[in-house]
Design a protein around this ligand. Structure first.
Ligand code: SF4
Length: 629
C-alpha cells in the first residue's frame, strides 16, 4: 500500500510545515508489518514556484491584458496591475533568477538587486525610501538588503495574483475566509464548484502530476490552518475525479479545533475519513484496517448511510512521545524553499527567513491553565515529555539528513527544566546547533540558565506578556507578573538571546485605561532593553478555552451562530465594559512599529492615538527600572 502525506497550499514558504515529516517518520517506524510505503509532498511550495515562474507570469499578463481590452478600463486599473502590465516582460525575465536568489542558490545576484536597476519596482517599493528602512542595513549587508528588495518584488507579484487573478490568494494562505469558523459548508462548496481561476488550474495540474508520479492508494492531507482548507478540498476533488479508488483522509490543527462537532455529510464527497488530534494513532489504525486487519478506528469521522458518524475506541492509546519516532524530511524539496524578508523586525525574520528543522521538547503545555487557550484540547492539555536523550537523537538524525543545524522548537511553551537539560547535553556533547522557541516567562529562567541556553546555541525566545497588566494576567491565569517578565526578559537579553513578546488587547473587562497603561509598560520594557520585538493580537473568544466554555465567569456573553454544521471556533461576544478596541488597535500597532525601530521612547503614549481619545497613563515612569533594580 502506498500512502502519500500532503501539505496543501498555502503556508509558510521558508521551510516545510512539520506535520507530514512527523507522520512520515512515525509511520515508517510503526507500519512495517503493513508493507506500507510512505511518501510526502508539499503542494504549497510547489504551487508558489509554479505561479512565480516565467510561463505563468506570461499567462497572467495575457489574461490581464485580455480583460483590460474587454473592459476598456485601463486608466482605472489598480496601481499593482498597471505597473505589472507596463513592465510585464521585465517581470517575466527576472522572476526565476529572483526566486533562485531567495532560495540561496544564486547569492551573487545580490549585487545587481541592490543596484536598483535589475528588478522592476512596483507599489510595494514606495516604502523603501522612507526612513529608517534601508538605513537599517547600514553600508554593509548587501545580501540582506537584496533579499529585502527581492521580497518586496515577490509581494508586488503576489498583489497582482490576488487583485488581478484570484482575490483569495496570499503568499501564506489561500481562501482562508472560506474555512475560518465557517458555520456551514455552503461557501466552500460554492467556491469548489465555481469556474476555476488560473491559481486553481495550476493547483489542479500539480495535483494530477503528483497522482501520476506517486500513484498512492491513500492520500492524507493536513490542514493546520484555515488557509490550507480550500487547497485541501480542491486537491481532494481532483484526486476523486482522477483516481476514485484512492482513500482520502483529512487531519491537522484546523480540523482539531474547528471540526469537533462536524455534521456536514458533503465533506465526505471529498474525504473518506476525517481524523481529530494527533494523527499517529488514528492514521495507523486506519491504514491497518485498510490493509485488511480488523482494528477499531480512533477519533475518526466518516459518513455512513448518508449520516456523519464518529468512531472512537477509547481503549486504543495514543503513542507516547518516546515512541513517535524520528521526523524525516525525506522526499521534500529542501533546496526549493524561499527565504523572504518582509519585515525588518529581527524576530519576525525567524518566522519567514531561513530553513529550520522543527522539533519539540514535549507534547502539550506543562502549564495548561491560561483561560484564553485551548487547554481542554489534546494538543495543549496532554503534556508528555520524552527523555532529553531522545530529543538529542532526533536532533542528530535531522542534522544528518538535512545538513542543516538550525532548529525551531515548536512547543506550545517549552518547559524550562527540559530546556536546561537539552542545553547541558548540547554543550557536553559539543553539538553545535542554532535554536529558538516559544516559552512562558517563568521565574526559573534565571541569568545563569539564560547564559547556559545561550551557550548551547539558543538565539531567540518568544513568550506571552499578553495584556501587560497584573489584574488581567491574573484573570487569564497566565501565572506571570509584569515585574517577573521584566526580570526574565532582561536576563535573556543580557545573555544575548533576542526576546519577542506576544501582546493582547481587547481581553474581557479590559478598559481604555488598562490598554494605555499596558502600552506604557511595553514602552518601558523596550526602552530598558528587555524586549526587542513584539506583536499585538486582538483577543478573540473561541469555543474550547475556559472563557469559551464559561463566558459568564469573565463577564461576557457569547453570540454563536444559530446553526453550526461545519467549522466552529471563533465566537462573537459582547463585553459590557464597552471599550472601543478597534480605535485602540491602530495606535498600539503604530507605537510598536516605532519601538521596534528604536523610535518614540520619549513620547507620551497618548500621542500614538487620535487626539483626546485616551487618558494619560497611571503607570509610574520608572516602573520597569525599579522592577529590574
Ligand atoms: S497560552 Fe501558552 S502557557 Fe498558557 S496554557 Fe496555552 S500554551 Fe500554555
Amino acid at each position: 500500500m502506498r500512502c502519500l502525506l500532503v501539505t496543501p497550499p498555502m503556508i509558510q514558504l521558508n521551510t516545510p510545515y512539520p506535520a507530514t515529516a512527523y507522520l512520515c517518520g512515525f509511520l515508517r517506524q510503526h507500519a512495517q508489518g503493513l508493507r506500507l510505503e510512505v511518501t510526502q509532498a508539499d503542494a504549497s511550495i510547489e504551487l508558489f514556484l509554479r505561479l512565480f515562474s516565467a510561463p505563468l507570469l506570461t499567462r497572467m499578463a495575457e489574461q490581464l491584458r485580455g480583460r483590460a481590452r474587454a473592459a476598456r478600463r485601463r486608466p482605472d486599473m489598480p496601481p499593482a496591475i498597471a505597473h505589472f502590465l507596463e513592465h510585464a516582460q521585465r517581470y517575466i525575465d527576472t522572476v526565476e533568477p529572483t526566486v533562485r536568489f531567495l532560495q540561496h542558490r544564486d547569492p551573487s545576484l545580490a549585487l545587481r538587486i541592490v543596484g536598483r536597476g535589475f528588478l522592476p519596482e512596483g507599489p510595494r517599493f514606495e516604502q523603501v525610501d522612507e526612513e529608517p528602512l534601508l538605513n537599517a542595513f547600514g553600508t554593509l549587508g548587501t545580501t540582506e538588503q537584496a533579499r529585502y528588495l527581492a521580497s518586496l518584488y515577490v509581494d508586488d507579484l503576489a498583489d497582482v495574483w490576488r487583485i488581478g487573478i484570484d482575490p483569495r490568494f496570499e503568499l501564506a494562505r489561500y481562501a482562508e475566509r472560506l474555512a475560518a469558523s465557517a458555520p456551514t459548508f455552503d461557501p466552500l462548496h460554492e467556491a469548489l464548484h465555481a469556474p476555476p481561476t488560473l491559481v486553481d488550474l495550476m493547483l489542479d495540474e500539480l495535483t494530477r502530476e503528483l497522482l501520476a508520479a506517486q500513484r498512492p492508494d491513500v492520500v492524507a492531507l493536513t490542514a493546520p490552518f484555515p488557509g490550507n482548507v480550500y487547497g485541501a478540498f480542491r486537491m481532494a476533488r481532483v484526486i476523486r475525479a482522477h483516481a476514485p479508488q484512492t482513500t482520502l483522509v483529512l487531519g491537522g490543527g484546523w480540523v482539531n479545533t474547528e471540526l469537533r462537532a462536524l455534521r456536514e455529510p458533503r465533506v465526505f464527497d471529498y474525504f473518506d475519513y476525517v481524523t481529530l488530534d494527533d494523527g499517529e494513532r488514528p492514521l495507523l489504525n486506519l491504514l491497518t484496517r485498510l490493509a485488511g486487519d480488523d482494528v477499531p478506528l480512533v477519533r475518526t469521522w466518516l459518513r455512513r448511510q448518508g449520516q456523519v458518524v464518529y468512531e472512537h475506541d477509547a481503549t486504543q492509546r495514543d503513542f507516547p512521545q518516546q515512541d513517535t519516532g524520528v521526523p524525516t524530511y525525506d522526499g521534500l524539496p529542501l533546496e526549493k524553499y524561499v527565504s523572504v524578508l518582509e519585515m525588518l523586525n529581527p524576530m519576525h525574520r525567524f518566522w519567514s527567513d531561513g530553513r529550520w528543522n522543527k522539533i519539540t521538547l514535549a507534547h502539550g503545555c506543562y502549564w495548561k491553565q491560561c483561560t484564553f487557550c485551548d487547554v481542554s484540547l489534546d494538543y495543549i492539555g496532554r503534556y508528555d515529555k520524552p527523555a532529553t536523550e531522545l530529543v538529542v537523537q532526533r536532533i542528530r538524525a535531522l542534522v544528518a539528513e538535512t545538513g542543516q543545524t538550525g532548529f525551531h522548537l515548536v512547543d506550545e511553551a517549552a518547559p524550562p527544566a527540559g530546556m536546561r537539560s537539552l542545553a547541558k547535553r548540547l554543550v557536553e556533547e559539543k553539538l553545535s546547533i542554532t535554536w529558538w522557541g516559544n516559552i512562558r516567562f517563568e521565574k526559573s529562567f534565571t541569568p545563569e540558565l539564560c547564559a547556559l541556553l545561550s551557550q548551547s546555541g539558543c538565539v531567540a525566545v518568544s513568550g506571552g506578556l499578553e495584556v501587560a497588566s497584573d489584574r488581567l494576567l491574573k484573570l487569564m491565569k497566565k501565572g506571570v507578573t509584569v515585574e517577573q517578565v521584566a526580570r526574565v526578559t532582561r536576563a535573556f537579553t543580557d545573555a544575548g538571546i533576542m526576546v519577542h513578546a506576544y501582546l493582547m488587547y481587547g481581553f474581557p473587562t479590559e478598559t481604555t485605561q488598562d490598554t494605555v497603561d499596558a502600552l506604557e509598560r511595553v514602552r518601558q520594557l523596550f526602552a530598558a532593553g528587555c524586549i526587542q520585538s513584539a506583536y499585538w493580537h486582538r483577543f478573540a473568544a473561541t469555543a474550547h478555552p475556559p472563557i469559551g466554555l464559561n463566558p459568564a465567569a469573565y463577564g461576557i456573553t457569547l453570540r454563536p451562530p444559530a446553526q453550526i454544521s461545519f467549522a466552529h471556533n471563533d465566537v462573537a461576544f459582547e463585553d459590557p465594559t464597552g471599550t472601543d478596541h478597534d480605535l485602540l488597535g491602530v495606535g498600539l500597532r503604530k507605537a510598536l512599529y516605532n519601538y521596534m525601530h528604536g523610535i518614540g521612547f520619549d513620547m507620551d503614549v497618548r500621542q500614538w492615538f487620535a487626539p483626546g481619545t485616551v487618558p494619560g497613563t497611571t503607570v509610574p515612569a520608572d516602573l520597569i527600572e525599579s522592577c529590574l533594580a
